[in-house]
Design a binder for this molecule. Sequence first.
Ligand SMILES: Cc1cc2nc3c(=O)[nH]c(=O)nc-3n(C[C@H](O)[C@H](O)[C@H](O)COP(=O)(O)O)c2cc1C
Length: 216
Amino acid sequence: MTLDLTPDQLLTTTRSVRKRLDLSRPIEPELLRECLEIAVQAPTGGNSQTWSFVVVTDPAKRQALGDIYRRGYAVYRQLTAPVAERALQDPQRGPQQKRVISSSDYLAEHFHEVPAMVIPCIRGRTDGKPAVEQAGTWGSILPAAWSFMLAARARGLGTVWTTIHLFFEQDAAQVLGIPYEKVMQTALIPVAHTIGTDFSPAKREPLDKIVHWEQW
Ligand SMILES: Cc1cc2nc3c(=O)[nH]c(=O)nc-3n(C[C@H](O)[C@H](O)[C@H](O)COP(=O)(O)O)c2cc1C
C-alpha cells in the first residue's frame, strides 16, 4: 500500500528521518524489494548498471555496522566541531543546527536498532581518479539510491542518507563480505517504518542565491 501523496508532495517531504524511525517494527522483505525494483529504474552512465545493493537485517551485522557508524560519528563530530559551534551561535541557524545535532546524536546512539540498512554500492573505485570518471561512477548510483528513498517514503518507510561509516569503509566491507578493491560503498541508508506519516517541506536558502541564469 502506498501513501496518498502527489509527486510534488513526495519529492518535497522525503526528509532525513531519525527520531521518527519506528525501531520496534520489522520491515517485510517484500517491501524492501519493491523499493529496490523502483530504484533500478534510475539511469546509469552508458546504461552500465554496475550497481549492487546490500540489504542488512541480521542483528549481529546491524550491531557491527552500528559500532562502525558510531566510530565514524565520533571522528565527524570532532572534525566539524568548530563549524557546528559557529552555526549554534548564529541566531538565524542556531535553532535548526541544535535540532540536527540532537537528531544525529539520536541516530548514532540507536543505529544498530534500525530494522534494515541498505548499502548502495558501485563497481570500481574513484580514489584519485579525474572528475569526469568520478562523476560517471557516483552518478551511476546516487539517482538509484535517492529513488529507493522516495519509493520507501511512498510506502510509509523512513530513511536517512548517511556516509559517516565510510571513515571505516574497509571494516564494513569485511563485515559484509564486500570486495573492497573492486566495489565502492556509497552510503548507508537506515530504513524503518515511520512514526506517523506526515512530513513537511524543509526551509532552504532562497533560490535566487543559488540559481544563475545564463551565466554565473
Ligand atoms: C551526502 C550526504 C551525506 C549525509 N550523511 C549523513 C550522515 O552520515 N548521518 C546523518 O545523520 N545524516 C546525514 N545526511 C543527512 C543530512 O544531514 C540531511 O540531509 C540534512 O540534515 C537536511 O535534512 P533533510 O534531508 O531532512 O532536509 C547526509 C546527507 C547527504 C546528502
